[in-house]
Design a protein around this ligand. Structure first.
Ligand SMILES: Cc1cc2nc3c(=O)[nH]c(=O)nc-3n(C[C@H](O)[C@H](O)[C@H](O)COP(=O)(O)OP(=O)(O)OC[C@H]3O[C@@H](n4cnc5c(N)ncnc54)[C@H](O)[C@@H]3O)c2cc1C
Ligand code: SF4
Length: 316
């Protein structure tokens, strides 16, 4: 691991100011992703700004009837919150489908949104990777692509966003709140937070350099039946090959988002109108323009079957 310095910020604005003004500085939350990447020198920050003690660990009700989740609420606390379990069950289910109990105790809400891809070539510093070194090329293209993306990818990067919790947040139309080093605040709809790769796969989110995530706001509850179906190689402690988050209403209408398939949580609102026609129609529309490889083309029928299972459960 490369040497680095460490400090604790005293306020969110101070944390953002330090990171914005100091090249090589990064925020440190639970450290479950960043420290792993530092150990293998995929990430080499020179300075870490610890944001764990800034009072961003509360879940509060909003005047609009939703919930405001502090950026440092742990995954464990969020999944266990009574209001989340009752009114946003899809979110609680997505969280507990991820990682392990120990990891979820440390992992934060913001850190989970900002976790990096699990592309195996990204993890191997001997391999070309446009995400690690812009312009270097992409060793995954033409390589082993079973885990990689089928949509929202580009000829520069075919990695997936690996998380579970953000798939449910996308379904729920969450909004990411931020502050910068000048104290300016932004509210970013989660649909615009994660990017498709295009020519700049190293730019993964809508955050400006040094911008700190302070909270994620959920709108008022949707009602309906909630599902998070995750298909993976092992029963636990594995990332999704395909996941489906869904809320289905008594009249058969609903929302659906997919994980494990794209550069970002994948939701195509126009496809949701087709839910009453069945999973095949929804998947055909949601994955229009997909560019699977021979290795990962199985993700399309897998997404269809996972959604068909969810829709059959919704009827029972
Ligand atoms: C073995 C293993 C298995 C896993 N399995 C799963 C899984 O199945 N599903 C899943 O979803 N996840 C899984 N994870 C990933 C885990 O969920 C993430 O590592 C975790 O959510 C990251 O949160 P953290 O607080 O530890 O982030 P950190 O590691 O501290 O930070 C991650 C990134 O976010 C940035 N950051 C942190 N906080 C802020 C903030 N407030 N504002 C701006 N930037 C910030 C950091 O600078 C860093 O770039 C797994 C991890 C491991 C190690
Ligand atoms: S797919 Fe993306 S993350 Fe993986 S090697 Fe290519 S550029 Fe890097």
């Amino acid at each position: 691991m490369k040497p680095f310095t460490y400090e604790r910020a005293s306020s969110p604005v101070e944390a953002a100011r330090i990171v914005a003004n100091r090249p090589g500085a990064r925020f440190l939350a639970g450290g479950t992703n960043l420290l792993d990447l530092m150990k293998i020198e995929v990430e080499t920050p020179t300075h870490l700004v610890d944001v764990q003690d800034l009072g961003l660990d509360r879940i509060e009700e909003t005047p609009e009837g939703g919930l405001r989740i502090g950026a440092l609420v742990s995954n464990t606390d969020l999944a266990a919150d009574e209001r989340i379990r009752r009114d946003y069950a899809v979110l609680a289910r997505a969280i507990v489908a991820g990682a392990s109990g120990q990891l979820r105790n440390k992992a934060s809400t913001a850190g989970n949104l900002l976790q990096r891809t699990r592309c195996p070539y990204f993890y191997d510093t001997n391999m070309a990777c446009n995400k690690r070194s812009p312009g270097a090329g992409c060793a995954a293209i033409g390589g082993v692509t079973r885990q990689l993306g089928v949509i929202g990818v580009s000829d520069k990067c075919i990695a997936t966003f690996p998380g579970d919790m953000p798939i449910a947040m996308r379904l729920l139309d969450a909004v990411v709140e931020t502050v910068d080093g000048e104290g300016r605040r932004r509210s970013i709809p989660i649909a615009e937070f994660h990017r498709t790769w295009g020519d700049t796969p190293h730019v993964e989110t809508a955050l400006h350099p040094g911008e700190l995530v302070t909270a994620v706001t959920l709108p008022a509850p949707l009602g309906g039946k909630h599902f998070y179906e995750k298909v993976r190689d092992r029963a636990s402690y594995a990332f999704a090959l395909v996941s489906v988050a869904a809320v289905i209403q008594p009249d058969g209408s609903g929302r659906v988002a997919f994980g494990g398939v794209a550069s970002k949580p994948w939701r195509v609102e126009e496809a949701e109108a087709l839910i009453p026609l069945g999973a095949a129609a929804v998947v055909a529309r949601a994955f229009e323009g997909a560019t699977p490889t021979d290795d990962n083309a199985f993700k399309l029928p897998l997404a269809m079957r996972a959604l068909a299972f969810v829709l059959s459960q919704a009827k029972s």
